[in-house]
Ligand binder design. Structure first.
Ligand code: C2E
Ligand code: MG
Ligand code: MG
Ligand code: MG
Length: 286
């Protein structure tokens, strides 16, 4: 049991700590089972070009429906997977599944534009040979690294920055595009940003959410877009829910956007119907 030291120097056990721990262990056990029984699935959210409004890619997002507990958010179970060493196997499953889906769309001649983005936890980078295993999965599934974009959170990268930079260099050389997710929340300095071999910054949705009301958030968004331009990086805003946000971002020179305003994460089937139909494909030809 975890215990908390009080100011008086006593150690006091809080019952909710025990149940929190039991809760996490239970979640980890269920997650492991869901993973081995292939009960997880990926949903896909469109990314659009703010200048043309056209589809430029998608992000694969993990979904878990537990028969007893209903939908469990990745914001809840990814940290559990990271803490309990499930993330390695889980991350490989996600990448393989995303590759299979993209391959299926390609084989069905559904022209998927751009790259399919997959989230990679920084904890996955701790595993020996991770760059090789990522490349092997992509090759096995008949795709090329240039079909994919890997999203790494800024805070995760900064946690083990030297190791992260080495692995990112290897992946970039292999042909993957790399994006820094949740950018603006992870305290990376400009000097690190210059050293990170990335192609794209994803502005964290916390800044996008309030940018029309909060002067400081707006300044942060403007600054990130300017920084990206000066460093020759692409920039995408996440969490765009309103047309006014999309218009403001476009006027600020933001390249791409993702958010409920354009489309929610949906199953592969719905994604193909909504975004990869012949009409949409025609609309996607430059
Ligand atoms: P993220 O990678 O930053 O993904 C964006 C999150 O914002 C997703 O939440 C998405 O559903 C949500 N979102 C998209 N548009 C909007 C919007 O307009 N408004 C709001 N309020 N939310 C929006 P989700 O799917 O719950 O995922 C949460 C986080 O869990 C992700 O954040 C990512 O860090 C992690 N995650 C999800 N799937 C995976 C995965 O396959 N592997 C790893 N390592 N992490 C994952
Ligand atoms: Mg992401
Ligand atoms: Mg994000
Ligand atoms: Mg996020």
């Amino acid at each position: 049991y975890r215990a908390k030291a009080t100011g008086a120097g006593h150690v006091c056990y809080r019952p909710e700590m025990g149940s929190e721990l039991a809760e996490r262990m239970e979640l980890a056990r269920k997650l492991q089972r869901a993973l081995s029984e292939d009960k997880l699935e990926l949903h896909y959210q469109p990314k659009v070009c703010l200048r043309t409004g056209k589809l430029v890619g998608a992000e694969a997002l993990l979904r878990w429906h537990d028969p007893e507990r209903g939908w469990i958010s990745p914001a809840t179970f990814i940290p559990v997977a990271e803490a309990r060493d499930i993330i390695g196997v889980l991350g490989k499953w996600v990448l393989r599944q995303a590759c299979r889906q993209l391959k299926a769309w390609q084989d069905a001649a559904l022209a998927f534009p751009g790259r399919l983005a997959v989230n990679v936890s920084a904890r996955q980078l701790d595993e020996a040979g991770v760059a090789d295993s990522i490349q092997a999965i992509v090759r096995d599934e008949g795709l090329a690294p240039s079909d994919l974009e890997l999203e790494l959170t800024e805070s995760g990268v900064m946690h083990h920055v030297e190791r992260a930079i080495e692995i990112m260099k290897t992946l970039k050389r292999a042909g993957f595009a790399l994006a820094i997710d949740d950018f603006g929340t992870g305290y990376s300095s400009l000097s690190y940003l210059k050293r990170l071999p990335v192609d794209k910054l994803k502005i964290d949705m916390a800044f996008v959410r309030d940018m029309l009301k909060d002067h400081h958030d707006r300044t942060i968004v403007t600054t990130i877009i300017g920084m990206a331009r000066n460093l020759d990086l692409d920039v995408i805003a996440e969490g765009v829910e309103e047309v006014a946000q999309a218009e403001t971002l476009r006027a600020m020179g933001c390249d791409e956007a993702q958010g409920y305003y354009f489309g929610r994460p949906v199953t592969a089937e719905v994604f193909a119907q909504q975004w990869l139909t012949p009409a949409m494909q025609a609309a996607c030809v430059e």
